[in-house]
Design a protein around this ligand. Structure first.
Ligand SMILES: Cc1ncc(COP(=O)(O)O)c(C=O)c1O
Length: 502
């Protein structure tokens, strides 16, 4: 290598002595050609350097300036086209949720609602060979999926002129807890009071959270299929003011179940005559009572159709085979399911239903019925299960929106839900509430029934955290007393089972 370098840089004598040294005469002709070429190259180089020397400093400066400008322009063009491409892709998906959380300052506590991450449940996905993806709704500031609904109900009421903040107005709702906590949280942030009516058998920590948030809590006895808590919430709202403002001639709301009363009844009494601009102002500033009615209020469905559904679509880049959810009011399954179906009608929408709920039979056989209701052994309000938040025995308006979309349903036992919750802690470090556990059991049952094992994607909702369920679902003593086994083998067996019939 070094010798050949010498050949190029040395003169003919050096080359000849090198050839001689190697003892060969056959290289002589090539060597002479090499010398001739070197001399020619040397001549060209001399000419070029003479030319370079003759260039002025000014010309050199212009040359460098041109080079620099060209490089800046080409970089800017590259960046411009890159940005255009990024904007084009992003315009299909709007703002990216995780970026919103990490890069931007959000506006108060309500700015933290929604845009939750979608998390792969590693243990179940690996075991099944498909992707089980959970929408981490427990990360909402009020701790559950219900934050979306509470915010949308209040915002819609404000938009429709039904509610005005900082007027001493009070929001009333009947709930098993989660919606109440969400309403109480947002009420505080927006300048309202809250009264929450709930059954007296729900987990005690929900009551503590509500009281800490400054809500007024009223508890009712678990009773018949008639929803006492809803009726009482409506009644309280009606009696907060002296007159119901929610009347077609006065205020128009998208949901006619909503009740809005005012304490300025004299201003709208028929004998008062036409309402003047002054009266109007006074009417707005007087405290109002507002019954939000999550079961019938379409804002519930809209929160999921406009929020949860599009988020899932973006987060999966449209690659989703099934959506699995339980139903408490029906808002989540109907709104999210409808949006996903509108994007791809092949997405399966599947119900996970706890014991004691009539929905399973409604989907499978068209009849809203559950054996436990008939037996007269009902232990709990709404549905007879340790699972809180899902399961119903009457068709709510928000559930009706979703009924035609739901193609299948799975009945989940308390034992299966409990087993799943413990399995997830052991294998994934995920500490979830009872309805999330039900949803994940239903995901396995669906995968088995469909015979899916090649990367199909099932998305479900992780509604709230286990910390909302310490006193019952996460209390082993309570479960023993209720004869509910705690056995993670149930999940191992389910995962290992061959395709099943639901
Ligand atoms: C913990 C929990 N999970 C799930 C749900 C069900 O959601 P939806 O009312 O949208 O059917 C609720 C409803 O209250 C809930 O509290």
């Amino acid at each position: 290598m070094n010798q050949s370098y010498d050949c190029i840089n040395g003169d003919a004598t050096d080359v000849l002595s090198y050839v001689k040294l190697r003892g060969g005469k056959t290289f002589l002709l090539g060597t002479l050609k090499c010398k001739a070429m070197l001399e020619w190259l040397h001549g060209r180089f001399e000419a070029a350097s003479t030319k370079l020397h003759s260039l002025t400093t000014r010309q050199l400066f212009y040359g460098m300036l041109l080079g620099f400008s060209l490089s800046v322009t080409s970089t800017s063009l590259a960046l411009y086209f890159q940005e255009r491409k990024r904007n084009r892709i992003q315009s299909q998906f709007e703002a990216r949720p995780i970026e919103l959380r990490s890069d931007e300052v959000v506006d108060g506590v309500t700015g933290l609602i929604g845009n939750t991450p979608l998390v792969r449940i590693n243990s179940l996905s690996n075991a099944l060979g498909i992707e089980i993806l959970g929408k981490a709704e427990f990360l909402n500031p009020g701790g559950s999926v219900k934050d979306r609904v509470a915010l949308r109900m209040i915002e819609d009421a404000e938009r429709q002129g039904l509610l005005y903040p900082h007027t001493g107005s009070r929001i009333f709702e009947g709930t098993v807890g989660s919606t109440g906590i969400s309403i109480a949280t947002i009420a505080r942030a927006r300048g309202y009071e809250a009264t929450i009516i709930m059954p007296d058998d729900v987990a005690e920590e929900k009551v503590k959270a509500l009281l800490s948030l400054g809500a007024e809590v009223e508890r009712v006895r678990p009773a018949s299929i008639i929803d006492k808590k809803q009726n009482l919430a409506r009644h309280r709202a009606e009696h907060f003011g002296q007159d119901n403002l929610h009347h077609p001639a006065r205020l128009r709301a998208t949901s006619f179940s909503v009740v809005v009363t005012t304490t300025a009844a004299d201003l709208i009494a028929p004998e008062h005559g036409p309402v003047t601009a002054n009266d109007e102002h006074e009417l707005r500033t007087k405290p109002r009572g507002f019954f939000a009615d999550q079961f019938e209020n379409k804002s519930n469905y809209d929160a999921h159709y406009d929020g949860t559904g599009p988020e899932i679509w973006r987060q999966t880049s449209g690659r989703v085979d099934a959506f699995v959810s339980g139903a408490g009011t029906g808002g989540t399954i109907s709104g999210t399911g409808q949006y996903l179906k509108s994007m791809n009608e092949d997405v399966l929408v599947v119900l996970s239903d706890p014991e004691g709920s009539g929905l399973y039979n409604k989907i499978k056989f068209g009849v809203m019925f559950d054996m436990k209701e008939a037996e007269g052994t009902k232990r709990r309000h709404q549905v007879d299960t340790v699972v809180e938040g899902i399961g119903i025995n009457r068709l709510t308006r928000n559930m009706q929106f979703g009924l035609p979309l739901i193609s299948d349903a799975f009945r989940i036992s308390d034992a299966e839900a409990v087993a799943m919750s413990r399995y997830l802690v052991q294998n994934d470090g995920l500490f979830l509430g009872s309805s999330s556990a039900c949803n994940l059991v239903a995901c396995i049952k669906l995968a088995k029934k469909m015979g899916w094992k090649e990367g199909q994607r099932i998305v479900t909702i992780l509604c709230d955290s286990g910390s909302r369920h310490y006193s019952k679902f996460w209390n082993d003593d309570y479960l023993h007393r209720a004869n509910i086994p705690i056995n993670t083998k149930i999940i191992d067996d389910l995962l290992a089972s061959t395709p099943i019939e639901a």
